[in-house]
Design a binder for this molecule. Structure first.
Ligand code: ADP
Ligand code: MG
Length: 411
């Protein structure tokens, strides 16, 4: 049996016509002698009746639901979607079988809303495949060993797909979405961003982790661990999209180390809050230790930490800013903060320290009067903190500066 996983995102299962396109992809796989496992997200996007946000909206004006109840509510979206999708497959002569995440063998811990997959037991899926059925799995959800239902965090259907792909040792996991693959920037900001044909896990992880919504970072982690090839492509076009596999594209990746070819893509993340903390006068020098361990104990992960002897800068996502403030007040640390911050990252394997790259970044930003508030870098990333209002300008300017667009076609 040659098994593949085909995952379809919200816009791909949004309406009758798009679900018919999905059916064509599944039918094509079957006619090629493949055994597909279909994984679906909730139908549509924010505003559509059965999308995740709409389901959460049902609780508006009511007391805050418990995390477990929120998961029960949210997971319904994928159940609706899987059941309706099964109807479409049946209409076209296939034999679907619907699976909840737990029934498909996705076992998670009990962190409701952001559960981590502990293991996948693919026995039931394998049995269905051997019977010639097409499993249709509700994405984004799992079950704890004690039988409680959980969800995997927003974007988690990608993780469902890759985890099942790993457990069944499939040939490829195909992630179908509303764009032609992973692009050199978010096409909503840069319309002429180019689709990247091949990427390795590290680059995709950096892109996903630094904001490129197109693939869930945890899905990339699992794919890397189990060497599962992923293809990201559009449900609505024949473009082969992006193939993500291990290893480098060139035998000697260092051979192309020049600033014209070093950058893979530009990403952005918004809704960050920047903090400046000062050491209280006369306090012992252990204040950074007390601060960051207290934040860690509250589950607040900090980013862009710049430490100095008597002050520190760092950033947190907007939703944990209140908890961060509370921690600092509790520790009696004087602080300032600024909302409406965004970070823009330049991703490329081995760009750190490559002569010319930082100069080019600064030249592009300077031309457009973009002010850099903080920065950090790693082997394959350079991240800049900016005012949210300058985010789009910066992404567009950097994309152009490194010749990444279809018009420029340098890489
Ligand atoms: P799905 O519901 O299919 O999972 P998502 O909305 O999660 O779709 O991901 C697809 C979206 O990701 C695209 O519509 C696009 O706006 C956004 N995106 C952000 N960065 C990138 C990028 N570098 N390449 C492609 N798409 C990107
Ligand atoms: Mg997604």
């Amino acid at each position: 049996m040659r098994v593949v996983v085909q995952k379809f995102g919200g816009t791909s299962v949004r309406d009758f016509e798009s679900r018919d396109r999905v059916t064509e992809w599944v039918t094509t796989a079957v006619s090629e002698g493949l055994s597909p496992v279909v994984v679906v997200s909730a139908m549509g996007r924010k505003g559509d009746p059965y999308a995740t946000d709409s389901l959460l909206g049902l609780m508006k004006g009511l007391p805050e639901a418990t995390p477990r109840e929120k998961d029960l509510l949210m997971m319904c979206g994928e159940i609706f979607s899987a059941t309706v999708m099964a109807g479409h497959l049946r209409l076209h002569g296939l034999s679907p079988q619907v699976f909840l995440g737990g029934e498909a063998g996705i076992i998670t811990d009990d962190r409701f809303g952001d559960a981590q997959i502990l293991e996948v037991n693919p026995t039931a899926l394998r049995t269905a495949l051997l019977e010639g059925k097409v499993p249709v799995v509700a994405g984004f959800q799992g079950k704890t060993p004690a039988g409680q239902f959980t969800t995997l965090g927003r974007g988690g259907s990608d993780t469902t797909a890759v985890a099942i792909g790993a457990a069944l040792a499939v040939e490829v996991v195909e992630i179908f979405t509303d764009v032609d693959g992973i692009k050199t920037a978010d096409p909503r900001i840069v319309p002429d961003a180019r689709t990247i044909a091949h990427l390795d896990y590290d680059e995709v992880f950096q892109l996903a982790n630094l904001g490129a919504r197109v693939l869930h970072p945890r899905a990339v982690e699992i794919a890397r661990q189990f060497s599962v090839p992923i293809r990201i492509r559009s449900t609505f076009s024949a473009n082969p999209g992006t193939l993500v596999v291990g290893g480098h594209r060139a035998m000697d990746p260092w051979a192309h180390r020049d600033p014209d070819h070093a950058v893979t893509g530009i990403t952005q993340l918004e809704d960050l809050v920047q903090f400046l903390v000062r050491s209280p006068t006369g306090s012992p020098p252990d204040w950074p230790y007390r601060l960051f361990s207290a934040l860690g104990d509250r589950g607040v992960s900090v980013d862009l930490v710049n430490l100095f002897p008597d002050h520190a800068y760092f950033c947190v996502p907007g939703q944990v800013a209140p908890a961060t403030e509370e921690t600092m007040r509790h520790l009696d640390l004087p602080y300032d903060y600024w909302t409406e911050r965004a970070k823009v990252s330049i991703v490329g394997s081995a760009i750190q320290g490559l002569p010319g790259v930082v100069g080019r970044i600064m030249s592009a930003l300077n031309q457009h009067q973009v002010e850099v508030l903080q920065s950090s870098d790693s082997h394959s990333t350079i991240t800049l903190l900016l005012k949210r209002s300058q985010m789009e300008t910066a992404v567009t300017a950097l994309h152009h500066q490194f010749g990444l667009g279809t018009k420029e076609g340098l890489v």
